[in-house]
Design a protein around this ligand. Structure first.
Ligand SMILES: [Zn+2]
Length: 343
Protein backbone atom coordinates (compact mmCIF):
# COMPACT_ATOMS: atom_id res chain seq x y z
CA UNK A 1 0.00 0.00 0.00
CA UNK A 2 1.27 3.42 -0.88
CA UNK A 3 -0.30 6.65 0.34
CA UNK A 4 0.47 10.36 0.46
CA UNK A 5 2.36 10.99 3.71
CA UNK A 6 0.44 14.17 4.39
CA UNK A 7 -2.95 15.51 3.33
CA UNK A 8 -3.90 19.06 4.30
CA UNK A 9 -7.28 20.55 3.40
CA UNK A 10 -8.10 24.05 4.58
CA UNK A 11 -8.92 27.63 3.72
CA UNK A 12 -6.28 30.15 2.72
CA UNK A 13 -3.45 27.62 2.87
CA UNK A 14 -2.09 28.09 -0.64
CA UNK A 15 0.22 30.77 0.79
CA UNK A 16 1.40 28.50 3.61
CA UNK A 17 2.62 25.43 1.74
CA UNK A 18 6.12 25.87 3.19
CA UNK A 19 4.63 25.82 6.70
CA UNK A 20 2.59 22.68 6.15
CA UNK A 21 5.15 20.64 4.20
CA UNK A 22 8.72 20.65 5.47
CA UNK A 23 10.00 19.13 2.22
CA UNK A 24 8.99 22.38 0.55
CA UNK A 25 10.44 24.68 3.23
CA UNK A 26 13.72 22.71 3.27
CA UNK A 27 14.23 22.64 -0.52
CA UNK A 28 16.74 25.06 -1.99
CA UNK A 29 15.25 24.75 -5.45
CA UNK A 30 11.58 24.21 -6.19
CA UNK A 31 9.92 23.56 -9.53
CA UNK A 32 6.30 24.71 -9.78
CA UNK A 33 4.31 23.22 -12.63
CA UNK A 34 1.13 25.14 -13.31
CA UNK A 35 -1.18 26.46 -16.03
CA UNK A 36 -1.36 29.86 -17.75
CA UNK A 37 -4.94 30.53 -16.62
CA UNK A 38 -4.73 29.56 -12.97
CA UNK A 39 -1.19 30.74 -12.17
CA UNK A 40 -1.80 34.52 -12.45
CA UNK A 41 -4.84 34.10 -10.20
CA UNK A 42 -2.95 32.45 -7.36
CA UNK A 43 0.60 33.74 -7.90
CA UNK A 44 0.56 36.39 -5.16
CA UNK A 45 -0.83 34.04 -2.51
CA UNK A 46 1.37 31.15 -3.58
CA UNK A 47 4.53 33.28 -3.39
CA UNK A 48 4.12 33.74 0.37
CA UNK A 49 4.82 29.99 0.60
CA UNK A 50 8.53 30.50 -0.17
CA UNK A 51 11.22 32.46 1.54
CA UNK A 52 13.71 34.64 -0.27
CA UNK A 53 16.56 32.13 0.02
CA UNK A 54 14.66 29.58 -2.06
CA UNK A 55 14.92 29.51 -5.81
CA UNK A 56 11.58 28.82 -7.42
CA UNK A 57 11.06 28.28 -11.12
CA UNK A 58 7.63 28.14 -12.70
CA UNK A 59 6.76 26.26 -15.85
CA UNK A 60 3.40 26.05 -17.61
CA UNK A 61 2.29 22.58 -18.59
CA UNK A 62 0.87 21.97 -22.07
CA UNK A 63 -1.27 18.97 -23.03
CA UNK A 64 -0.92 15.82 -20.89
CA UNK A 65 1.15 13.91 -23.44
CA UNK A 66 4.31 11.85 -23.23
CA UNK A 67 6.16 14.53 -25.26
CA UNK A 68 5.22 17.09 -22.65
CA UNK A 69 6.40 14.79 -19.84
CA UNK A 70 9.77 14.39 -21.60
CA UNK A 71 10.07 18.14 -22.22
CA UNK A 72 9.48 18.96 -18.54
CA UNK A 73 11.85 16.17 -17.53
CA UNK A 74 14.67 17.77 -19.56
CA UNK A 75 13.90 21.11 -17.99
CA UNK A 76 13.91 19.52 -14.54
CA UNK A 77 17.37 18.04 -15.14
CA UNK A 78 18.80 21.44 -16.09
CA UNK A 79 16.98 23.15 -13.22
CA UNK A 80 18.20 20.75 -10.52
CA UNK A 81 15.08 21.17 -8.37
CA UNK A 82 14.62 19.09 -5.20
CA UNK A 83 10.84 19.03 -5.08
CA UNK A 84 8.05 19.39 -7.67
CA UNK A 85 4.76 21.14 -7.00
CA UNK A 86 1.82 20.61 -9.33
CA UNK A 87 -0.45 23.64 -8.90
CA UNK A 88 -3.43 23.36 -11.23
CA UNK A 89 -6.16 21.12 -12.60
CA UNK A 90 -6.12 17.50 -13.73
CA UNK A 91 -3.74 18.01 -16.66
CA UNK A 92 -1.09 19.71 -14.52
CA UNK A 93 -1.48 17.05 -11.80
CA UNK A 94 -1.07 14.19 -14.28
CA UNK A 95 2.09 15.61 -15.88
CA UNK A 96 3.63 16.68 -12.56
CA UNK A 97 2.93 13.23 -11.07
CA UNK A 98 4.52 11.47 -14.03
CA UNK A 99 7.62 13.72 -14.12
CA UNK A 100 8.26 13.42 -10.39
CA UNK A 101 7.77 9.65 -10.49
CA UNK A 102 10.25 9.24 -13.36
CA UNK A 103 12.70 11.62 -11.67
CA UNK A 104 12.23 10.01 -8.25
CA UNK A 105 11.49 13.39 -6.66
CA UNK A 106 8.97 14.39 -4.01
CA UNK A 107 5.72 15.61 -5.53
CA UNK A 108 3.39 18.00 -3.71
CA UNK A 109 -0.05 17.94 -5.31
CA UNK A 110 -1.83 21.30 -5.02
CA UNK A 111 -5.07 20.85 -6.97
CA UNK A 112 -6.89 24.07 -7.88
CA UNK A 113 -9.98 22.21 -9.12
CA UNK A 114 -11.91 19.21 -7.81
CA UNK A 115 -12.80 17.80 -11.22
CA UNK A 116 -11.67 14.18 -10.61
CA UNK A 117 -9.98 11.84 -8.14
CA UNK A 118 -6.47 12.15 -9.60
CA UNK A 119 -5.23 14.66 -6.98
CA UNK A 120 -4.17 11.94 -4.52
CA UNK A 121 -3.97 8.76 -6.60
CA UNK A 122 -1.05 6.84 -8.02
CA UNK A 123 -2.55 6.95 -11.53
CA UNK A 124 -1.56 9.44 -14.21
CA UNK A 125 -3.58 9.78 -17.40
CA UNK A 126 -1.14 10.60 -20.21
CA UNK A 127 -1.90 10.60 -23.93
CA UNK A 128 0.26 8.63 -26.32
CA UNK A 129 -0.47 8.13 -30.03
CA UNK A 130 -3.70 10.11 -29.67
CA UNK A 131 -5.25 8.00 -26.93
CA UNK A 132 -5.12 8.35 -23.15
CA UNK A 133 -3.22 5.74 -21.12
CA UNK A 134 -3.45 5.29 -17.39
CA UNK A 135 0.05 4.87 -15.93
CA UNK A 136 0.68 3.46 -12.50
CA UNK A 137 3.10 5.87 -10.81
CA UNK A 138 3.30 6.76 -7.12
CA UNK A 139 0.81 8.72 -5.01
CA UNK A 140 1.89 12.33 -4.36
CA UNK A 141 4.19 12.80 -1.36
CA UNK A 142 1.62 15.22 0.00
CA UNK A 143 -1.64 16.80 -1.04
CA UNK A 144 -2.46 20.40 -0.12
CA UNK A 145 -5.93 21.67 -1.02
CA UNK A 146 -7.07 25.23 -0.48
CA UNK A 147 -10.88 25.20 -0.51
CA UNK A 148 -10.95 28.97 -1.18
CA UNK A 149 -9.16 28.28 -4.46
CA UNK A 150 -11.37 25.30 -5.38
CA UNK A 151 -14.60 27.32 -4.96
CA UNK A 152 -13.25 30.03 -7.28
CA UNK A 153 -12.91 27.48 -10.11
CA UNK A 154 -15.77 27.18 -12.62
CA UNK A 155 -18.76 25.29 -11.17
CA UNK A 156 -18.64 22.80 -14.03
CA UNK A 157 -15.32 21.37 -12.81
CA UNK A 158 -16.62 20.72 -9.29
CA UNK A 159 -19.81 19.14 -10.67
CA UNK A 160 -17.60 16.86 -12.74
CA UNK A 161 -15.71 15.86 -9.58
CA UNK A 162 -19.06 14.95 -8.06
CA UNK A 163 -19.70 12.61 -11.03
CA UNK A 164 -16.34 10.91 -10.47
CA UNK A 165 -17.01 10.57 -6.73
CA UNK A 166 -20.42 8.89 -7.11
CA UNK A 167 -19.16 6.61 -9.90
CA UNK A 168 -17.64 4.45 -7.13
CA UNK A 169 -21.16 3.12 -6.45
CA UNK A 170 -21.14 1.08 -9.68
CA UNK A 171 -17.35 0.56 -9.65
CA UNK A 172 -17.68 -1.31 -6.34
CA UNK A 173 -20.63 -3.37 -7.63
CA UNK A 174 -18.53 -4.34 -10.65
CA UNK A 175 -15.66 -5.29 -8.36
CA UNK A 176 -18.01 -7.57 -6.36
CA UNK A 177 -19.09 -9.20 -9.61
CA UNK A 178 -15.43 -9.76 -10.46
CA UNK A 179 -14.99 -11.63 -7.18
CA UNK A 180 -18.06 -13.77 -7.88
CA UNK A 181 -17.28 -14.53 -11.50
CA UNK A 182 -13.50 -14.76 -11.65
CA UNK A 183 -12.52 -15.23 -8.00
CA UNK A 184 -10.45 -12.07 -8.07
CA UNK A 185 -9.40 -10.33 -4.85
CA UNK A 186 -12.06 -8.02 -3.41
CA UNK A 187 -11.03 -5.67 -0.63
CA UNK A 188 -13.93 -4.89 1.67
CA UNK A 189 -12.15 -2.01 3.37
CA UNK A 190 -11.14 -0.26 0.15
CA UNK A 191 -14.63 -0.83 -1.27
CA UNK A 192 -16.34 0.65 1.80
CA UNK A 193 -14.03 3.66 1.80
CA UNK A 194 -14.89 4.45 -1.83
CA UNK A 195 -18.61 3.91 -1.15
CA UNK A 196 -18.55 6.16 1.90
CA UNK A 197 -17.11 8.98 -0.21
CA UNK A 198 -19.82 8.46 -2.82
CA UNK A 199 -22.59 8.51 -0.20
CA UNK A 200 -21.21 11.65 1.45
CA UNK A 201 -20.99 13.35 -1.95
CA UNK A 202 -24.61 12.39 -2.66
CA UNK A 203 -25.71 13.82 0.68
CA UNK A 204 -23.96 17.08 -0.19
CA UNK A 205 -25.16 17.26 -3.80
CA UNK A 206 -27.17 20.45 -3.38
CA UNK A 207 -24.43 22.23 -1.48
CA UNK A 208 -21.96 21.22 -4.18
CA UNK A 209 -24.38 22.59 -6.79
CA UNK A 210 -24.34 25.90 -4.90
CA UNK A 211 -20.57 25.72 -4.34
CA UNK A 212 -20.96 25.91 -0.56
CA UNK A 213 -17.59 25.56 1.10
CA UNK A 214 -18.52 22.79 3.54
CA UNK A 215 -20.04 20.62 0.82
CA UNK A 216 -17.17 21.23 -1.58
CA UNK A 217 -14.76 20.35 1.19
CA UNK A 218 -16.57 17.03 1.73
CA UNK A 219 -16.34 16.35 -2.00
CA UNK A 220 -12.60 17.09 -1.98
CA UNK A 221 -12.11 14.74 0.98
CA UNK A 222 -14.12 12.05 -0.82
CA UNK A 223 -11.95 12.40 -3.94
CA UNK A 224 -8.78 12.21 -1.84
CA UNK A 225 -10.14 9.10 -0.09
CA UNK A 226 -10.75 7.52 -3.49
CA UNK A 227 -7.05 7.77 -4.25
CA UNK A 228 -6.36 6.21 -0.85
CA UNK A 229 -8.92 3.43 -1.54
CA UNK A 230 -7.06 2.62 -4.76
CA UNK A 231 -3.82 2.62 -2.76
CA UNK A 232 -5.30 0.11 -0.29
CA UNK A 233 -6.70 -2.07 -3.08
CA UNK A 234 -3.44 -1.90 -5.02
CA UNK A 235 -5.43 -1.15 -8.17
CA UNK A 236 -8.04 1.28 -9.48
CA UNK A 237 -10.76 -1.38 -8.93
CA UNK A 238 -12.72 0.48 -6.19
CA UNK A 239 -12.70 3.67 -8.26
CA UNK A 240 -13.23 2.55 -11.82
CA UNK A 241 -15.75 0.08 -13.25
CA UNK A 242 -18.16 -0.18 -16.17
CA UNK A 243 -19.11 3.51 -15.90
CA UNK A 244 -15.45 4.42 -16.45
CA UNK A 245 -15.27 2.03 -19.41
CA UNK A 246 -18.22 3.91 -20.92
CA UNK A 247 -16.34 7.18 -20.40
CA UNK A 248 -13.13 5.74 -21.93
CA UNK A 249 -15.15 4.49 -24.93
CA UNK A 250 -16.49 8.02 -25.45
CA UNK A 251 -12.93 9.40 -25.27
CA UNK A 252 -11.72 6.93 -27.86
CA UNK A 253 -14.59 6.72 -30.31
CA UNK A 254 -16.52 9.98 -30.21
CA UNK A 255 -15.83 13.68 -30.40
CA UNK A 256 -17.13 14.16 -26.86
CA UNK A 257 -15.79 17.33 -25.24
CA UNK A 258 -17.38 16.45 -21.92
CA UNK A 259 -15.19 16.11 -18.83
CA UNK A 260 -14.14 12.76 -17.38
CA UNK A 261 -16.37 13.04 -14.29
CA UNK A 262 -19.33 14.26 -16.36
CA UNK A 263 -19.12 11.19 -18.59
CA UNK A 264 -18.61 8.85 -15.63
CA UNK A 265 -21.64 10.37 -13.87
CA UNK A 266 -23.96 9.62 -16.81
CA UNK A 267 -22.33 6.19 -17.11
CA UNK A 268 -23.12 5.57 -13.44
CA UNK A 269 -26.84 6.22 -14.05
CA UNK A 270 -26.95 3.54 -16.77
CA UNK A 271 -24.69 0.98 -15.07
CA UNK A 272 -26.64 1.39 -11.80
CA UNK A 273 -29.75 0.34 -13.69
CA UNK A 274 -27.98 -2.73 -15.08
CA UNK A 275 -26.91 -3.61 -11.54
CA UNK A 276 -30.51 -3.28 -10.33
CA UNK A 277 -29.65 -0.22 -8.20
CA UNK A 278 -31.75 2.93 -7.87
CA UNK A 279 -30.56 4.92 -10.90
CA UNK A 280 -33.04 7.74 -10.23
CA UNK A 281 -31.33 8.60 -6.96
CA UNK A 282 -28.04 8.93 -8.82
CA UNK A 283 -29.61 11.05 -11.56
CA UNK A 284 -31.23 13.31 -8.94
CA UNK A 285 -27.87 13.73 -7.19
CA UNK A 286 -26.08 14.65 -10.41
CA UNK A 287 -28.84 17.09 -11.24
CA UNK A 288 -28.65 18.76 -7.82
CA UNK A 289 -24.85 18.99 -8.11
CA UNK A 290 -25.19 20.69 -11.50
CA UNK A 291 -23.71 17.77 -13.49
CA UNK A 292 -25.09 16.39 -16.77
CA UNK A 293 -27.60 13.54 -16.57
CA UNK A 294 -28.18 12.85 -20.26
CA UNK A 295 -26.60 12.71 -23.72
CA UNK A 296 -27.63 16.18 -24.81
CA UNK A 297 -26.21 17.77 -21.65
CA UNK A 298 -22.98 15.86 -22.33
CA UNK A 299 -23.06 17.28 -25.86
CA UNK A 300 -23.04 13.90 -27.59
CA UNK A 301 -25.53 12.40 -30.02
CA UNK A 302 -27.56 9.23 -29.56
CA UNK A 303 -25.49 7.20 -32.04
CA UNK A 304 -22.17 7.96 -30.29
CA UNK A 305 -23.70 7.14 -26.93
CA UNK A 306 -24.99 3.74 -28.11
CA UNK A 307 -21.67 3.03 -29.82
CA UNK A 308 -19.78 3.82 -26.59
CA UNK A 309 -22.03 1.52 -24.56
CA UNK A 310 -21.40 -1.36 -26.96
CA UNK A 311 -17.64 -0.73 -27.18
CA UNK A 312 -17.20 -0.26 -23.43
CA UNK A 313 -17.37 -4.01 -22.77
CA UNK A 314 -14.49 -4.67 -25.17
CA UNK A 315 -12.05 -2.12 -23.80
CA UNK A 316 -10.69 -4.01 -20.82
CA UNK A 317 -11.76 -7.65 -21.08
CA UNK A 318 -9.59 -8.69 -18.12
CA UNK A 319 -11.56 -6.41 -15.81
CA UNK A 320 -14.88 -8.14 -15.17
CA UNK A 321 -17.86 -5.76 -14.97
CA UNK A 322 -21.61 -5.90 -15.45
CA UNK A 323 -20.95 -5.34 -19.17
CA UNK A 324 -19.26 -8.76 -19.40
CA UNK A 325 -22.39 -10.30 -17.98
CA UNK A 326 -25.03 -8.53 -20.10
CA UNK A 327 -23.17 -8.09 -23.45
CA UNK A 328 -25.27 -5.20 -24.73
CA UNK A 329 -26.37 -5.28 -28.36
CA UNK A 330 -27.04 -1.95 -30.08
CA UNK A 331 -30.78 -2.32 -29.52
CA UNK A 332 -30.29 -3.18 -25.84
CA UNK A 333 -27.89 -0.27 -25.39
CA UNK A 334 -30.44 2.13 -26.84
CA UNK A 335 -33.10 0.62 -24.64
CA UNK A 336 -30.93 1.10 -21.55
CA UNK A 337 -30.27 4.75 -22.45
CA UNK A 338 -34.01 5.36 -22.98
CA UNK A 339 -35.09 3.57 -19.79
CA UNK A 340 -32.71 5.68 -17.71
CA UNK A 341 -33.63 8.94 -19.47
CA UNK A 342 -30.14 9.39 -20.91
CA UNK A 343 -31.54 9.77 -24.44
ZN1 LIG B 1 -12.46 8.66 -12.57
Amino acid sequence: MEFPRKVVVGEGIIGKIGQVESRVSRARKILVLSGPTIYPQIRKELESSWDSAQRVSVEFVGPATMEEVLRIEELRKKDGCEVILGVGGGRVTDVAKMVSFRSNLDFVSVPTTASNDGMSSQFASIKGKGRPYSYVTRPPTSVVVDINVIVRAPQRLTSSGFGDAISKITAVEDWKLGREETGEYFGEYAAQLALMGAELALRNAEGIGRMQKNSVRTLVEALISDGVAAGIAGSSRPCSGSEHLFSHALDLHSKSQALHGEQCGVGTIMMAHLHGLDHERIGAGLNAAGAPTNASELGINKEDLVEALVLASELRPERYTILNRVHLTRAEALDLAKTTGVV
